[in-house]
Design a protein around this ligand. Structure first.
Ligand SMILES: [Zn+2]
Length: 238
């Protein structure tokens, strides 16, 4: 299995998970960069896996399904309800916590991690360790809590941070520079955040679970109150 990063829109990441000559695409916000990546890699699209319903993670579904009829299109049962009808009609598989999706012999387990949206999910591939977290866990940050509450979002981050430390974390947006600026304000004495700032390169994806445990101020918040305080502070942080 290999993963190809596909930058989309201004700061989104879609990803191709490739096994042999077939690929699953995660969070295609638009079709054109995905088609270009498929052609470049010489692989056929077999599936679309979506982490949540927002348009900048699902906007390319209609065009991709038109071009590649019969492919699997996966989203959580909860978030499917919020898709616009023309995108919702393309969905072939509704999933929940613990379900498996497969591309050839690559199996990804669904982790329900509500907070950013109520049906937000991550796709975890155990071997080689990789998790696709959408807008829940970012490098040094987390998504805004749009549909859930702080307790829910913190529980979701805790669940992701409990994956094996070497697991690669493929996240949904290139927000890392701004996230690190906030992280060092939240934890001015954390030298691992300082080191991460010094080493930052773009694209900054993937991260690792260990790096997030060490430097992500939202993963590291030690109570719901601390998490809520940091999330509120970050919402207005410049
Ligand atoms: Zn989102």
């Amino acid at each position: 299995m290999r993963v190809v990063v596909v930058p989309c829109l201004s700061d989104n990441f879609a990803y191709l998970v490739i096994s042999g000559t077939r690929a699953a695409v995660i969070d295609p916000s638009e079709a054109a960069p995905i088609e270009a990546a498929l052609a470049r890699e010489g692989v056929t699209l077999a599936a679309i896996w979506c982490t949540h319903h927002h348009w900048d993670h699902t906007g390319g579904i209609g065009d991709l399904v038109d071009k590649h009829p019969g492919i699997d299109v996966v989203i959580s049962t909860i978030d499917a309800e919020k898709l616009e009808p023309k995108t919702r009609r393309c969905i072939t598989k509704l999933v929940g916590d613990g379900d498996l999706v497969a591309l050839e012999n690559v199996k990804a387990r669904v982790i329900l991690n509500p907070g950013h949206t109520l049906g937000a999910i991550s796709f975890h591939i155990e071997d080689p360790g990789a998790v696709f977290t959408g807008d829940t866990l970012f490098a040094a940050g987390c998504g805004r809590v749009f549909e859930g509450d702080p307790a829910m979002m913190r529980a979701s981050l805790t669940k992701l941070a409990a994956l094996p430390p070497e697991t690669l974390v493929y996240f949904g947006h290139e927000y890392t520079a701004a996230n690190l600026k906030f992280a060092i304000a939240a934890e001015p004495n954390n030298y691992k955040i300082k080191n991460r700032i010094a080493a930052l390169a773009t694209p900054s994806t993937p991260s690792t679970v260990k790096l997030e445990r060490d430097t992500n101020p939202f993963v590291r918040a030690d109570s719901v109150e601390e998490f809520a305080k940091r999330r509120e502070w970050k919402n207005n942080f410049k």
